[in-house]
Design a protein around this ligand. Structure first.
Ligand code: KG4
Ligand code: ZN
Length: 343
């Protein structure tokens, strides 16, 4: 079965082709980062227009790369939510147009389920049950995953997401959007412990987290600095920020392992590309006899492959009746807000 995956929930147009037997055949991505950088963040209207410009061309590109034609497609998987409404509608429009034209099913995919399943595209793939830590620009949550589609929320951020904290810290340090990679690189050069920042809820007996206080302590440090543009100060502050954030996530992950008694851990979402976070979490999990799984580096941030794999896995588990519903052509909708536990 050949599935085309389309992702357009935010600022990346991602398209991929996955075969149920052969795995990922091809993927292509257009990132809008350069376009949004001038505004310091994603401009939804510009995002939608750019998805329109890129979508079909990327579909043709992956088909060409894989040596396939549109007629070879058996289904289309598309991000149905959560995300920017206009951006989601563009991807859904393309997916449903292809679905109608070829009379094949269109599978609506939850963006976070896509992130969660991205590690399945790595070798070795994780085995159920596992603890999932999802760290992206919009979400930071711990989940217990017993099987495909069975997600139990264990705890989450009460305010800012980890990626958001990276992006806001980058802004305060005068670094370009998106902030994750830039803050991480600056932190590499900083001295550990030179600037200690708040670690909110570190010892709270739950898996909930809070990162807005950390952002405020970055702001306070910048405001009270003698020379906020001093290179050593900026490096040490970036280091203080990364160490605080990594400490909290590591402590909560260790707590999650104790609470669930699970040894398998999956870390996914844009921030799972972070070098310092990967090193620390890998150390903590291995030290406790566990195994940690990440998506392949380039599939940590938004992409079409994770949507294709989530769509394929969902389709495999559907009844005949559920499958038939996917070809009832009565329009389509998207879900800009869509909690994962409502899947
Ligand atoms: O998963 P993603 O591509 O989009 C959402 O679904 O939100 O995550 C984007 C987030 C951004 O906040 C970005 O700054 C962060 O992931 N990010 C990183 C790194 N690469 C991306 N954060 C820290 N270190 C990185 N290397
Ligand atoms: Zn994402």
């Amino acid at each position: 079965m050949l599935v085309l995956g389309i992702e357009s929930s935010c600022d990346e147009t991602g398209v991929a082709l996955i075969d149920s037997e052969a795995g990922l055949l091809a993927d292509a991505l257009h990132s809008q980062i350069d376009m949004h950088r001038a505004y310091g963040g994603v401009v939804p209207e510009l995002a939608s227009r750019d998805h329109i410009r890129r979508g079909i061309a990327l579909v043709d590109e992956v088909l060409h790369k894989a040596g396939k034609t549109r007629d070879d497609l058996d289904a289309v998987a598309v991000t149905e939510g959560p995300g920017l409404a206009g951006a989601l509608l563009v991807g859904a429009g393309i997916a449903h147009a292809i679905g109608w034209a070829l009379d094949i099913p269109v599978i609506g995919v939850h963006h976070l389920e896509g992130h969660l399943l991205a590690p399945c595209l790595a070798d070795p793939a994780p085995e159920f049950p596992f603890i999932a830590l999802l760290v992206s620009g919009g979400h930071t949550q711990f989940m217990r995953v017993d099987a495909f589609g069975q997600y139990e929320m264990l705890g989450q951020t009460l305010d800012d997401a980890a990626g958001e904290a990276f992006d806001k810290t980058a802004q305060l340090l005068g670094l370009p959007y998106p902030g994750g990679p830039a803050v991480s690189a600056l932190a590499e050069k900083g001295k550990r412990g030179a600037i200690e920042l708040a670690r909110p809820m570190l010892h709270a007996p739950t898996l909930d987290m809070s990162f807005s206080g950390l952002k405020t302590s970055v702001l306070t440090a910048v405001k009270s600095a003698e020379d906020p543009n001093d290179e050593h100060f900026r490096q040490d502050l970036a280091r203080g920020f990364v160490d605080a954030l990594v400490d909290v996530l590591a402590a909560k992950l260790v707590r999650a392992m104790k609470m669930t008694k699970l040894k398998n851990v999956v870390v996914a979402g844009g921030v799972s590309a972070n070098k310092q976070l990967r090193a620390r979490l890998t150390y903590e999990v291995n030290r406790r006899g566990g195994t940690i799984f990440y998506p392949p580096m380039r599939l940590c941030t938004d992409n079409g492959a994770m949507i294709a794999v989530a769509g394929l896995e969902r389709f495999k588990r559907m009844s005949e009746e559920e499958r038939a519903q996917l070809t009832e052509r009565d329009g389509f909708a998207v879900k800009p807000r869509w909690p994962l536990n409502q899947l």
